[in-house]
Design a binder for this molecule. Structure first.
Ligand code: AMP
Length: 219
């Protein structure tokens, strides 16, 4: 199974990808996480993309396609979950070619549908554990103990530099200008599935499981 999670920033792609990793042993490929790791380790590429990311714009297709290609070569028996990739038609075409070359077809592109009004609230209150990746929210999912991760006990809780209102507006604009066109692209390929992203995390996860089971029955 190779699955793409589609949806605007704040839709819950990362949260749902992590659940699929736990449940099915799939490998999460998040280009956002890869770029943040490159930034944090101070590589030349990381320095190059830092400002672009903070502005909420997209980094070049060449860079992200290169990152994905490296990871696909590393392989995963349980399949891949693409989270935040592809974001442009050029990336979608490149992914199709890479998967075809590996004889690993795409099973589904799952759109997590959310109200735009909810996104600002979701994003501006968001923080994560830098050690285990658990995701929290100031209002809807605070940690039990202030400043301490419920899952792993780490105090390394961080907010993303681009999780502010200005960057979010730009990220949303980029989504609607460049990424939302992929919904039509995957629909035309017969791969698009939709789930209601305004439901609870558990309900969204169950809907994604349903979409995946549908694919397994078909194949
Ligand atoms: P994300 O963590 O997916 O929200 O991504 C954070 C930022 O990383 C985005 O706003 C972009 O600047 C950059 N980025 C992540 N994935 C891609 C991609 N597939 N194409 C271009 N830029 C990306």
């Amino acid at each position: 199974m190779n699955i793409i999670l589609l949806g605007p920033p704040g839709a819950g792609k990362g949260t749902q990808a992590r659940r699929l990793v736990e449940k099915h042993g799939m490998m999460q490929l998040s280009t956002g996480d890869m770029l943040r790791a490159a930034r944090a380790s101070g590589t030349a590429m990381g320095r190059k993309v830092a400002e672009v990311m903070d502005r909420g714009e997209l980094v070049t297709d060449e860079i992200v396609i290169g990152l994905i290609e490296e990871q696909l070569d590393a392989g995963a028996s349980g399949g891949f979950i693409f989270d935040g990739f592809p974001r442009t038609l050029a990336q979608a075409d490149a992914l199709g070619e890479l998967l075809e070359r590996k004889a690993q077809p795409l099973s589904a592109a799952i759109e997590i549908q959310v109200d735009d009004d909810a996104l600002v609230r979701r994003i501006t209150g968001r923080f994560t554990c830098a050690d285990c990746g658990a995701v929290y929210h100031d209002e809807t999912r605070p940690t039990e103990k202030d400043g301490v991760c419920d899952s792993c006990g780490s105090t390394n809780l961080q907010r993303r530099a681009d999780d502010n209102e200005d960057s979010l507006r730009q990220r949303l604009l980029e989504y609607y200008k460049k990424t939302s066109t992929l919904l039509g692209y995957y629909y035309a390929l017969g791969l698009l599935r939709r789930v209601d992203g305004m439901a609870s995390t558990d309900e969204v996860a169950a809907a994604i499981e349903g979409a995946i089971r549908g694919e397994l029955v078909r194949s």
